[in-house]
Design a protein around this ligand. Structure first.
Ligand code: PHE
Length: 350
């Protein structure tokens, strides 16, 4: 019996040394202490065969062996668990030298970028930024801007009307409409603030147009205007030159061509030197070296009168520019549809 105890003891030492995982240690626990066929219980059950005078010594030896196996198994199990936890921690340690994964950033829309640029340069000239309403009455979009009652722009062919009628106002019962230009802000601002005023207004405008490469029924305009004493066309020209150079580079040139708008007199259309050929003539500018960029003029005396402003004392200039077109030119986008489709593969380039 003593021999069996000694043999089991050395067998255990070898088995413990070989067991290097939690599972192997579990197997050992079963081997020595398992309810069925566990080696330690088996030895205990043989105690009854031991002669009386040896019983105490053998029993002591067996108890010692059991305690030793128990505590050594426990200790090694704990050590292996701690080592495993350590390895796991090491695996999870932050390697600061690893190149970072590039985060996916949001991008501003090209029209927003242009809008911000325009707003910023007029803010520097102390203009007030006021987007104005998109749903408008006939008065602010047409009448006060000197459009005659039979002007073709007022036709349902050109203007989107809204299914809601004007309450009170200038033409009670007349349908509201989606503004066809940002010039409505001229009237609203002159009504709100008495001159001197300097306002820049960027926003959406609507016209009943088919979608083509260059047109869309919804697009964006920037409207700028100044009313003060002694404002003349030189102020207009200098302001536009400043804007065009800021937007398209310091060597950009501009020219004014006579034109007509009901709300400005005189009126002009402004061309700037083609940004693709720098004036030499190319396919984009139809070999002229120029491209049309905006409409402008001196605010018509009747428009000032419509806002209760005396044209003998005050004068002003105004201009309106398509922001989508500026974005298309600046970022070389050939089709306006690209601007409104919002394909992320396109937007992510800005
Ligand atoms: N509102 C005009 C348009 O939409 C542009 C414009 C604005 C012209 C201001 C003159 C002065 O075409």
């Amino acid at each position: 019996m003593q021999n069996d105890i000694t043999a089991l003891s050395s067998e255990f030492d070898a088995a413990l040394a070989a067991a290097n995982s939690a599972t192997a240690l579990d197997e050992l626990r079963v081997r020595y202490f398992g309810r069925k066929g566990g080696l330690i219980p088996a030895l205990f059950s043989r105690l009854k065969e031991v002669p009386k005078e040896q019983k105490k010594d053998v029993g002591d030896a067996l108890n010692k062996l059991r305690d030793r196996i128990e505590s050594e198994l426990k200790e090694k199990t704990e050590r292996i668990a701690a080592e495993e936890a350590g390895r796991k921690e090491a695996r999870e340690t932050l390697d600061v030298t690893l190149p970072a994964r590039k985060p996916r950033l949001g991008h501003l829309h090209p029209v927003t970028l242009v809008r911000q640029e325009v707003e910023q340069l007029f803010r520097e000239m102390t203009y007030t930024i006021d987007p104005g309403p998109e749903i408008e009455t006939d008065w602010y979009n047409f009448e006060a801007l000197n459009f005659t009652p039979d002007h073709p722009a007022r036709d349902t062919q050109d203007t989107f009307f809204v299914d809601v009628v004007e309450k009170g106002g200038h033409l009670p019962g007349a349908p509201l409409l989606l503004r066809t230009h940002t010039s409505n802000v001229q009237i609203r601002s002159m009504e709100k603030w008495k001159p001197p005023v300097k306002v820049l207004s960027c926003g959406r405008v609507y016209r009943r147009d088919e979608i083509t490469m260059r047109r869309s029924p919804m697009f964006h305009q920037a409207e700028g205007f100044v009313v003060d004493r002694g404002i003349h066309i030189g102020h207009l020209r200098a302001t536009l030159e400043f804007m065009i150079r800021r937007l398209f580079g310091p060597d950009s040139k501009m020219r004014m061509r006579p034109s007509f708008f009901p709300f400005t007199e005189p009126s002009a259309e402004v061309d700037m030197s083609c940004i693709f050929c720098r004036g030499a003539g190319c396919g984009t500018c139809s070999q002229t070296g120029w491209m049309e960029i905006l409409g402008c003029g001196m605010i018509h005396p009747q428009v000032l009168r419509n806002c209760g402003i005396d044209p003998e004392e005050w004068s002003g200039f105004a201009f309106g520019m398509g922001l989508d077109r500026v974005a298309m030119l600046k970022y070389d986008i050939p089709n306006i549809r690209t601007i409104f489709e919002n394909d992320l593969r396109v937007l992510e380039q800005f």
